[in-house]
Design a protein around this ligand. Sequence first.
Ligand SMILES: *Cc1c(COP(=O)(O)O)cnc(C)c1O
Length: 436
Amino acid sequence: MKTQHSEAHFEDAKKWFPGGVNSPVRAFRSVGGTPLFMKAGDGCYITDADDNRYIDFCCSWGPLILGHNHADVRKSIIEAVNKGTSFGAPTVQENELASLILEHHRYLEKLRFVSSGTEAVMSALRLARGFTGRDKVIKFEGCYHGHSDALLVKAGSGLATSGRSDSAGVPEAFAQETIVLPLNDREAVAAAVARYKGEIACIVIEPIPANNGLLLQDKAFLSYLREVCTQEGILLFFDEVISGFRVGFEGAAGHYGISPDLITFGKIIGGGMPVGAYGGSKEIMGHIAPEGAVYQAGTLSGNPVAMCAGAAQLKACLVPGFYEELEQRTQDFVNRIRQHAEAKKYPFKVFSLASIFWLAFTDADRISAAHHIQAERMQHFKVFFHALLEKGIYMGPSGYEVGFVSAAHSPEILAEAASVFCEALDVVFADQMVSL
Ligand SMILES: *Cc1c(COP(=O)(O)O)cnc(C)c1O
């Protein structure tokens, strides 16, 4: 595999950007080697600067549910650009994307568009605080909600630990307002809610946690969150930046049939352009400026080019059978890999939901909380990742990342890819035999 061009570009990039990247997840820190510079995408394929072609399961970290450079999305972007790229005044494109979403989503009445998932979550959290007049927030260990100060906190597991930030530069006083609990643990939630009675503005959760492995929750746990929030006047906040429009048009709320008070979106909603959104009931959203007292604004919010890209993508998602087909393909694909791992008795599992999958080096049949992940096993992912690259498959460069299947991954390509995953597993475990 040639990597000269990527290596040269990375040397340049290191002069200009911290660590040579504009987002740390792109660095190959946990797998080793040089980040690959991508120059083109088409369907499920991406091509790097050295003309290596890969079947892509990163899909820009989830947004590209139709695959790269989808004809409808491309066309809508070009048409929009031809009319001008930004006005700083309302455009009908915002109405079009909003009505498309609100008419097909039972859990939302009003939306506000922003430009990233981080911005959506940060704004929705301010809204939760403004609406309830309370400061504290409960989050869960292993859930990522973007990089705003209040939520860049993981802390240890255990009951109602007040947070310490994962990042330098976050005042301890901010992190103190964030209570971090283990996922899928009702008792921990009950204890924290009792201890901080009347102080908690919201419970924020990725209802389908997919940023630290795929940590599927019991539906009963999510229903319990709904109950306790209603009882205690706490807002239930589903961060659906990944799961929104991914596990179904109505995301995790629709999948589990649970109605949150606030939902945030990003990724798929922009069709590959930078868009985020937050939404909820008319009553709650009425607290946002200029209607209400919670301020939030954005120069490029509701950008018409991004709105058109999002609308083109979401229209394709609304075609009857779209999600069923994608899920079926993903199931067939992951089952092939599972069968191979089982036949060979490898300590390896594939967890999946809809078109999201996580390749986990573990003996456990289920992992629903971050502290159950066997961190030392992540060493295997390095070998696995590079074996996959050599064989023409691209994944997010960390064992904690999930993979995404897009509508451009045909059953034939997925069958081919599954064989490659199996071969790469053989490489990993042959390696292990040698090192033993
Ligand atoms: C990606 C992500 C974010 C942050 O979105 P950005 O667009 O990267 O700022 C927030 N929450 C969840 C659940 C995410 O997956």
